[in-house]
Write a protein that binds this ligand. Structure first.
Ligand code: BES
Ligand code: MN
Ligand code: ZN
Length: 507
């Protein structure tokens, strides 16, 4: 799909469909004569106000989010169709809503064989975030159809999206569309990787994908293999990997800006378990197929690094992806095994299914030894995060409130929801091992918190944020703006965090 910005009069846009936004009407107001409640919030489009008013009063269209009405061959417009799109309450309309609206709209229109769409993004439409419109369109277009052999399923796509903006906004809009496109394409790369089944995407294939992306966008990429990791002493990571015939890797992707604002060095760390059987503490077979998405944190880091390479934020960023397959064979790690992590701490592996924290522990230590001053990890770490937060918010934990505040601000700008969970000293009591420095699981309670505490033992004293994306990286049911399957969550927040990096945390 090509996305263009256009400032010509909308009457002249010769497209299959011209979309205009209408808000839900407000309560009847008696104190503003001349404003009919029916027309309040409707856009000014040559000769169409009569139709819009009639549409409103028919009761067929109220302006609720995702509602659409189509007028064919509208008088005075070059467009073949005028599509009125409901956008909900004007006061609630935001960049997030614009992103969703654009995705939903294009997903809806493409099923009608429409190829060429324009969206009116003038002042009245309330759309000021052109990047969000581009993002919504690109994210909405993505389908998990790579392995469908029926070509008809792949045919219906919007080919050209025109964003119609006011005269003075051309430059700003073009820049925003470029940024939004880069970010959404990066998020889609993450979704492509997550969508791959584990027979196609092994740790080696993930490493190759990171290498290819790095070569294309000019990042320095280094891959540590099993021998290199053994040499360093990454016993926690290697213990998980030993039950699989697919060898493990640690992927390192480096971005260095021309100009840095400070000596800061941000590390993004992503859990890359290409398949999680649970190991000897094996998972129930029901739903196990979904454990191909246990590398969604890794995918988010690779996706974010791709966007960062293009958008060039003013801070050094290195992506670290420990990648393994958690399998069961005659050499698999056993419950009760004690491993020595890169940091030197010993870990009693009480449950081989708590493997993500083991590989992340060594990656966090390695990132610090390679100069990280700030770290953010993303991991499909615990089923418990879905119990705590459901499927809407990413769970966030930190050892440094000001870094988490920065991250939350970035996530808000990026339109990703994040909710902080506690990580105070009390919870550390849940992590006690009789035979080693620490166990890899806590007790029955606060499962996401004990997992985070385990990571913290390897992140301290470096400022660090942990994102548990287990319940947000995969949609079990599609939304109007996004298909079922991988979401690519965390990519946008990662990129925004780097873009907004100032070297100084907020006061
Ligand atoms: N990859 C899983 C977590 C997960 C569960 C991700 C569901 C996505 C959906 C992780 O490795 C795991 O198995 N965690 C265990 C931890 C437990 C053994 C302490 C869990 O959540 O059950
Ligand atoms: Mn597991
Ligand atoms: Zn896992």
């Amino acid at each position: 799909m090509e996305i263009r910005v256009d400032t010509s009069p909308i009457e002249k846009l010769s497209v299959d469909a011209l979309a205009v936004i209408c808000f839900e009407t407000q309560e009847k107001s008696t104190d503003s004569p001349g404003v009919t409640p029916e027309s309040d919030g409707d856009p000014e489009i040559a000769g169409q106000s009569g139709w819009l008013r009639e549409l409103r009063s028919s009761g067929e269209f109220s302006g609720k989010a995702n509602e659409t009405a189509i007028l064919y061959r509208p008088n005075g417009l070059a467009a073949k169709r005028l599509v009125v799109v409901g956008a909900g309450k004007r006061a609630k309309f935001s960049a997030d809503e614009a992103r969703k609206l654009s995705g939903s709209l294009l997903r809806q229109l493409r099923t009608k064989g429409i190829r060429n769409v324009a969206i009116l993004a003038d002042q009245a439409s309330g759309i000021s975030d052109y990047a969000a419109v581009a993002e919504g369109a690109i994210l909405g277009a993505w389908e998990a159809n790579k392995y469908k052999t029926d070509p008809k399923k792949n045919e219906k796509q919007i080919e050209l999206l025109t964003i119609a903006v006011p005269n003075g906004s051309l430059g700003i809009a073009e820049e925003a569309v470029r940024r939004g496109s880069v970010i959404a394409e990066a998020q889609n790369l993450a979704r492509d990787l997550v969508n791959e089944p584990a027979n196609k995407l092994t740790p080696a294939v993930l490493a190759d994908a990171a290498k290819a992306m790095s070569a294309e966008y000019g990042l320095d990429c280094k891959i540590l293999d099993r021998d290199a990791m053994a040499e360093l002493g990454m016993g926690a990571l290697l213990g998980v990997a030993q039950g699989s015939t697919n060898p493990p890797f640690l992927i390192v992707m480096k971005y260095s800006p021309g100009l840095t604002t400070a000596g800061d060095h941000l590390a993004l760390v992503g859990k890359g378990v290409t398949f999680d059987t649970g190991g000897i503490s094996i998972k129930p077979s029901e739903g196990m197929e979904k454990m191909k998405y246990d590398m969604a944190g890794a995918a988010a880091v690779i996706g974010a690094m791709k966007a960062i390479a293009q958008l060039k934020p003013p801070v050094q960023v290195t992506g670290y992806v420990p990648t393994v397959e958690n399998m069961v064979n005659g050499n698999a790690q056993r419950p009760g095994d004690i491993v020595t992590a890169l940091s030197g701490k010993t870990i009693e592996v009480l449950n081989t299914d708590a493997e993500g924290r083991l590989i992340l522990a060594d990656a966090l230590t390695y990132a610090q030894r390679n100069g990280a001053t700030h770290m953010v990890d993303a991991a499909t770490l615990t089923g418990a995060i879905a119990i705590a937060l459901g499927h809407y918010n990413v769970g966030a934990f930190t050892n440094n409130q000001s870094l988490l505040d920065r991250f939350v601000t970035a996530a808000r700008v990026a339109g990703e929801k994040v909710w902080q969970l506690p990580l105070d000293e009390d919870y550390k009591e849940y992590l006690k091992s009789a035979f080693a420095d620490l166990p890899n699981i806590g007790g029955r309670y606060g499962g996401s918190i004990t997992a985070a505490w385990f990571l913290r033992e390897f992140a301290d004293p470096t400022p660090w944020v942990h994102l548990d994306i287990a319940s947000t990286a995969w949609l079990d049911e599609g939304k109007a703006w996004m298909t079922k399957g991988p979401t690519g969550v965390a990519v946008r927040s990662f990129v925004q965090l780097a873009l907004d990096w100032t070297g100084k945390p907020p006061a």
